[in-house]
Ligand binder design. Structure first.
Ligand code: ATR
Length: 278
């Protein structure tokens, strides 16, 4: 773990493509200021086929840790010398750090960040609840294990390409305890307490083709993506009469706080940063 030394500034970065829109530099600089940590944090756009080389350059220039966003989370998983359990299960890494021996450690803090936003910030009790997860790509894979650890009654995954949802259920069978299943997009079941959109549809302004009656009277709709305007999924949920709706901005800040904690040994307060970004 990095420590504050007089006159020394540890270097961090987020790697993505594109990365200009990333809020991570703003978030981590706010965390550093609030916790009196001396660090710099920049956004680096690596070529789509040049992630490993870009990370190596960053290391040579003095980098000590980094975040990883679309489309490099699977590359980071391949690159890491050692993985934490979440990264191992998700097949994706969003946080990297070199240890004192120069070994590259890979973590996935996305799921923890989502759970922190749901449980702590929004006050949603997930125990014995029915949760629907829409999407079966990397974003979905990253949140399954932490969701299961919250002990819902059941977690159902659906996906436009059904075989990918089935493959996720197979992949997580060892930690799922029979509570994780797949269903078809057309008939996933009814009365879910929480519907999570983990598809990338929001990023292209699209709406997954979801049936009505997914929600119960007291449901939450949560989009892992965030945008300045309500996403198509959240607008659709509103039309379905869902009063409790949230995008993934809180998750973004919370996964960043988890990464900051791994790097710096101090967990920053997040509420002020979330409201500042909103
Ligand atoms: P990510 O790492 O962001 O999850 P990904 O692995 O490419 O990216 O997965 C994207 C997910 O969004 C997939 O579940 C994809 O469905 P398919 O597996 O059928 O491709 C889903 N997705 C993207 N656009 C969608 C749309 N318009 N409607 C429904 N699902 C969509």
């Amino acid at each position: 773990m990095a420590v504050n030394r007089p006159g020394h500034v540890d270097q961090y970065a987020v790697f993505g493509h594109p990365v200009g829109h990333s809020k991570s530099p703003q978030i981590h600089r706010a965390f550093a200021a609030a916790t009196a940590q001396q660090l710099s944090y920049q956004a680096i756009q690596a070529p789509v086929d040049g992630f490993a080389a870009a990370v190596a350059d960053f290391r040579l220039a003095g980098g000590v840790g980094c975040n990883v966003t679309v489309p490099f989370k699977a590359d980071a998983y391949e690159l890491a010398d050692q993985l934490d359990e979440e990264a191992q299960l998700a097949g994706a890494v969003n946080t990297l750090q070199w240890d004192s021996a120069g070994k590259l450690l890979g973590f996935n803090t996305d799921g923890k960040g989502l759970l922190r936003d749901l449980q702590h910030n929004l006050g949603i009790d997930l125990a014995d609840r029915k949760i629907l997860l829409v999407g079966a790509g990397g974003a979905a894979a990253g949140v399954i294990h932490p969701l299961l650890q919250a002990l819902p009654a059941k977690l159902v995954v659906i996906n436009r390409t059904a075989s990918r949802a089935e493959a996720l259920v197979q992949r997580f069978s060892s930690v799922a305890d029979g509570r994780f299943s797949s269903a078809t997009m057309a008939s996933p079941g009814k009365g879910f307490d929480l519907v999570l959109n983990a598809t990338s549809a929001s990023l292209s302004g699209e709406l997954p083709d979801l049936p009505a009656q997914l929600f119960s009277a007291d449901s939450w709709a949560y989009d892992l993506a965030y945008a300045d305007q309500p996403t198509p999924f959240l607008r659709w949920a509103q039309q379905q009469g869902v009063a409790q709706r949230r995008d993934g901005l809180g998750m973004l800040v919370e996964q960043a706080a988890e990464a900051f904690h791994l790097w710096r040994g101090v967990r920053p307060e997040t509420a002020a940063v979330i409201s500042q970004l909103r």
